[in-house]
Design a protein around this ligand. Structure first.
Ligand code: HEC
Ligand code: HEC
Ligand code: HEC
Ligand code: HEC
Ligand code: HEC
Length: 224
């Protein structure tokens, strides 16, 4: 059978992508169908944050985007096109959540020495541990610290069950009981394991419940 001509391929590719482009663009502007297309409502803390704070329009007209997508379909372009709206990026989060005291800044983990760690926990992006449109405020496992702290040594360790012991016992679910991740809470880590926050309290927080580290935060997200 003869291969279809490039022109025929182009027309088909155009027809295939147009509905998605138009639908996605339309849906993001229609309040009543917005949440039906998205996976679910925003987390409570983001009440009032506009869709456009996180979903940025891509550059170029629909026509240019369709042309670029056709090039992708026929193999002249390496990546598919973001139709109308680009994938959400950490930059959008940082616009409201950048803070000078960050203990684990995402850019640090682009260094090659973290290549193995980021295969376990995608620490280079906010979305490696957070999402949106779902009930959880944190999507990572509560044992995530293991990916980077297996060689942990704390000098003059003040903890009654020292860190070397916690690590030897693979007690990775204990860490968040005494340390928040971002270092953004005025929370002093206790030195007795019995005084650590309980695991259920941490899980409830991940699922959208009360913040167990308590107020005040050193930096609050910017008001929408
Ligand atoms: C705080 C940031 C944020 C806000 C505000 C936000 N979104 Fe999202 N949205 C995301 C993230 C992150 C994803 C990708 C994760 C996922 O698939 O759930 C996403 C995914 C989506 C998707 C699925 C398509 C895709 O690109 O994966 C749709 C549709 C969507 N959002 C619509 C909306 C609408 C409509 C609003 C306003 C009511 C909104 N979003 C507000 C962050 C946000
Ligand atoms: C328009 C500003 C704005 C944007 C954009 C934004 N946030 Fe927020 N976020 C806030 C505010 C305000 C709060 C509530 C105050 C606080 O907890 O700091 C908040 C709270 C949170 C919380 C804590 C929720 C809780 O219940 O304790 C998380 C987690 C979070 N944001 C993650 C993200 C991520 C991830 C993104 C990017 C996908 C993002 N935010 C984008 C303003 C924003
Ligand atoms: C490697 C996993 C990971 C990454 C990457 C990550 N977070 Fe978090 N984040 C957590 C965990 C775990 C918590 C809960 C513990 C805490 O409150 O620090 C949290 C809590 C939060 C909170 C609520 C507490 C606070 O500090 O105000 C906000 C807001 C937040 N993250 C925003 C972000 C933003 C913005 C990014 C990207 C710049 C990001 N996170 C990247 C794991 C991560
Ligand atoms: C992707 C890698 C990675 C993950 C995951 C990770 N950390 Fe870290 N953490 C680091 C690095 C790198 C440092 C900086 C070490 C240094 O500067 O010597 C650090 C530093 C720290 C510090 C000391 C901060 C300071 O101010 O000196 C604490 C406490 C800490 N991490 C706790 C945790 C806890 C608790 C978890 C799990 C919730 C965790 N980390 C997960 C890489 C990581
Ligand atoms: C019982 C509470 C407790 C538990 C559990 C705990 N820590 Fe700590 N951690 C502390 C205290 C107290 C310090 C001393 C420094 C301080 O006050 O911040 C410390 C220090 C650290 C430091 C060095 C900070 C610095 O300033 O040099 C890191 C990194 C760290 N812990 C990571 C972890 C990890 C990873 C886990 C899980 C295996 C963990 N911790 C479990 C209480 C705890």
């Amino acid at each position: 059978m003869a291969l279809p001509s490039a022109r025929v391929v182009r027309i088909w590719a155009l027809l295939a992508v147009l509905p998605t482009a138009v639908w996605a663009g339309f849906a993001l502007t229609q309040a009543n169908i917005q949440t039906s297309l998205a996976h679910g409502p925003l987390i409570a803390a983001h009440d009032g944050v506009a869709c456009a704070q996180c979903h940025k329009e891509t550059r170029g007209t629909v026509r240019q985007q369709v042309q670029a997508q056709v090039r992708y379909v026929i193999g002249l372009r390496e990546t598919p096109v973001d139709f109308g709206y680009a994938a959400v990026q950490s930059d959008q989060c940082l616009a409201c959540h950048a803070r000078p005291n960050e203990r684990h800044p995402i850019y640090r983990f682009r260094e090659p020495r973290f290549a193995e760690a980021v295969r376990q926990v995608e620490a280079r992006s906010c979305l490696g541990c957070h999402s949106e449109h779902r009930p959880e405020i944190v999507t990572a496992q509560s044992t995530l610290c293991q990916a980077c702290h297996e060689d942990l040594v704390v000098k003059n360790d003040p903890v009654d069950v020292p860190h070397v012991t916690l690590v030897a016992q693979d007690n990775w679910s204990s860490c968040l009981g005494c340390h928040d991740f971002h270092g953004n809470h005025a929370f002093k880590p206790p030195s007795k394991l019995a005084e650590a926050l309980s695991e259920p309290a941490i899980w409830a927080y991940f699922e959208g419940g009360a913040d167990p580290y308590g107020s005040p935060k050193l930096y609050e997200g910017k008001e929408p």
